[in-house]
Structure formats: C-alpha cells, structure tokens
Design a protein around this ligand. Sequence first.
Ligand code: PLP
Length: 549
Amino acid sequence: MPHVEANETYEKLLSRVRAAFPTPVVDTISEGRLIQFAVQALNRLSHFKNGHPHLGSLLPLEYSSACTARFPERMSCSEAVTDSMADYFQGHVIWGHPHTQQQVIPPPTIVSILGQMCGAICNPNLLWDAYSHRVAQAEVELAGMCAALVGYDGALAGGTSTFGGTGTELYGVKIGIEKAQPDAFKKGVRTDLKVIASDVSHYCRSNVVGWLGLGTDCLVTVGSESDNSINLADLEATLRSIIRKDERIACIIVTMGTTDAFGLDNVEGVIRLRERLVEEFALPYRPHVHADAVIGWPWAVFNDYDFLANPLGFGSRTLRSLSEACKVFRGLCLADSIGIDFHKTGYTPIASSLFLCKNRADLSLISRDPALMPYLFQFGTHRPATYTLETSRSGGPVLAALANLKLLGKEGYRVILGHIVTMAEVLRERLESTTHACVVNSSNHGMVTLFRLYPRGVNAKQAYSEETSGPENTEQLEAHNAYNRRIFEILRRQLQQGNGMNLGMTDQYRRLSWDKPIVALKSFIMSPFADESAIDFLLACLDRAQAEA
Ligand SMILES: *Cc1c(COP(=O)(O)O)cnc(C)c1O
C-alpha cells in the first residue's frame, strides 16, 4: 500500500480518515466500501475452511512477541487491516463443524450475526431510549418474548440485557441482597448474608459474591443427587441452620442445566421449601430464588410440545430425554429471576444475555435516582441506566437475540435442540453398547455426554461403579482418571495432526463424598450440522486413541 508522506497536512489526511467511516448521507461509493470489505473478510475466512474443525492451520501462539507490539505511527489502509483481522482467525475453532463437540459455544445464525452487525453500524446505546430509540423497544420486546416463553406474566415481568451469564447471576444475587438487607445499596452490606447453590452449580457464583462484596466465604454449597440436581433435604438442613444462626439468605441459586452434565434443579421443590420456611420462621423477608438457566432456558420451547402426538417425529430416546427435562422446566416460572444466555443454546454471537425478573418492580431495588445523572434523561421515557450495572450497553446483542427468536420461533428451537439431543442419544447408545466405555451422566437429559474410557479387558460399567462406591478404591479411580487424561492428550494430538475430533473434557465431573474428582471426557454437541457420521468418526478417534494408550 502507498505510504503517506510524513509532512502531509492534517487536512489532506482527513479525507483518508473520512474514508474509514460509512458516510452519514447516502453515497453509493462509500456504501459499497463497507460491503466490499465485508466480502473481502468473508472470502478470506472461507479460504481458511479446509474440512478440519478449525480454520487454516494450527500455528503456535506467540504471546511473548505479541506483548512487544507497538502502537502504529501511521495510518494504514482498510484493505490491509481487513485481511489482518481475518488472519487472527487462523487456527480458530469452527463451532458449527460436526467434529467440534467441545463446549457450550454455538455457531451463530446468519440473522444473529446481522443483528450484531446492524448494531455495530448504527451503534445504539441502550442506556436510554434517546440513544437507542426503537432498539430500546426491541429490548423490551425480547424480555416480553422470553417472559412468555418461560411462563412469567408479561405485564409484570421485566428484564435487561447484560454482559453474560455471570452478569445475570450478579443481578439475581444483588436483588436478593437488597431484599435481605433493604438498605444495602446505600449502606453497603452490613449483615452476614449467605448465598446458597449446589456443588455442581457454575463457578461464577464465586465471582459474583466476590465482586458484590459479600466475599466468597458467604457461599454455602449444598450437595447434589446422582442426577446432578440439588439435594433438597440437604438444602433444607442448610437453610434451617442459617436461619437459626440468625444469618440472612441473600439468594438461593438453582441451576437449570449445569455446565458439565446438564443437571436440572427442582425449582418447584426449592420454591415450596422457601415458602414453608418463610412461614415457619416468620421471616421478615423472602429469600430470593434466582434460576441460572443460561444453558437450559430454550428447553422451555417444549413446555407445550405434544409429546404424545410428537408432530416433529422425534425418536423414542429423544422424546424421553426432552419430556423428562420438560417436567422440571415447567417449574422455571416459579423462580423470582432467571438468567438466559443467547450466546449458548440461543445460537447468537457472544455476549448476549438477558436477566429476567418475574416482578419488574424488583428492579427498583437497585435503581438510582436519575438526579444523580445530570447529563442524561432530559427526555424520553425508558431509562434502563437507572437500574443497570453497566452505563453504556450495546444494542447489537439484543438484536442478535431477537433476530433468532423471530427467525426460529419455538419450531426452530425445537428442531435444533431435538437434533442435538438426538445426536447425543446416538452417541450414548453406541457407548452403552461397548464394554470399555461408561457414560457417567446417563441420568441427565441434554446434549452433553460425559463418559470414561477403560483399558481393553476392563469392564467399564463394573469398574466405574466399584471405583465410585467407596474410598477404598481410590487407587483404581485415580488410575482411570489418569487413563482418561492420557486419552484426551492423544485426542488433542490427533486433532493437531489433522485427523481428530475436537472433544472436551472435565477435570471434575463430580467430587466424590471422600473428596476425589471424577475425570470425564465430554462430547458437547452444539452444531446443527452434527450427524451420525460425526458420531462414527468420534468413535473411530476413540478407538485409535485407545490403541495407542
Ligand atoms: C456459561 C455458564 C455461566 C456463565 O455464563 P457466561 O455467559 O460465560 O458469563 C453461568 N452458569 C452456567 C450454568 C453456565 O453454563
């Protein structure tokens, strides 16, 4: 590209700066430039698609030279920058590839990408409708649709988009704090407050209580059942002991879809327990129940699916999985607030999340006086920044989510979820029929399959039940933990050599009561392009890895 003379005046350079922006008034040449560069970037990205579950080649990463990068002295040209942006995706995982089964990260749909892109072009700021206009309305619409989906009363419910599932939990716990200690926003947390969640709930609970100033010591983890749902008897004993000590409960977090295993807590049971304890102890507040449904929320599309007539023609294993999950999801509407990630099972780009309140009046517990914000709110009617954690908030994530809900509707989500569950069931069935593998989350009903492999000649199911039955078999458990780590290393190497499956693993599917972790390999199927031949390939990769181990 031509270099600009160092002594050019700013006025000369200004035209080049202006060319970097879309023009504010119609100008076909400039409109064309955005499209031209978009096409250039897309072409370059497609050029990297070579059949593998990642783009281009897996070059080693060079952090030490990266940190010596210098702020550029001179302007560059958009063509070169566009190419260099695309080049950052060399080696990147293709989430939609059928051989990618690594994590709860989806390929985003085209309309959700465009939602983000339109957001990027017009740059709405959701802090106030003066800066986002109809996009502010889109956020209300999004919250309304989700409220209707989960079974909240739309006239009462309310929500706000936020920076991730962690953000949704932060809101849930913060509102709970205000309920348990009504002046906390002003005075700070002055009482001993507890946050309760199961031992398999997401670790972001620690971020949340740490950042909210409760301190991680306030976390009380409750045991879980073998199906990874919260143990209600344990929860009851825990709550009683907290109340008797005269401590208060800021929040009970229920999880609707644990990250590793897709465990589902019995929301209805938790709510009933809460009501009973409030009455029995005449509590002056009602402990807040927040549902971390960031992964599980779209299962609510099956709440009114006719499982008997089964119009979509799901197979019997899929049908059982979906209907079992649904029994729990129908209780989701009982939670006081819900966290939703569209950037997981909603198939939008990261980050797009919604914090949804059953009763939007709860948001007033965290509202600030608009008088504190003299530079804002001189007109307009909708002022989310009076209650949001963020000040500026992008409209792109809202449009991305809304685009998917409009495009897919219940029908489309039923098809996607039904398909990924079907693929997971195919995998489970195949693993169940081999002697050297054991599915460890077989009582969970989702698209994630956790399994352990065992050396040839070992009966996997028997070995697993032995090594998880008591501490006397710890040596065997640890040997097989190590074996599965070894298999995972070989799988990673196969992938690097261009003939592998991008699987995940977990260092701790669960902790046994004698404090030993169960390692497991993880197939997290997210891609609508996953098919039976991908499952065949996965099993072939496992066979090769076992032959080597
Ligand atoms: C991913 C996840 C979170 C955290 O969400 P982010 O969007 O990554 O912040 C919280 N809870 C569960 C169950 C999750 O799977």
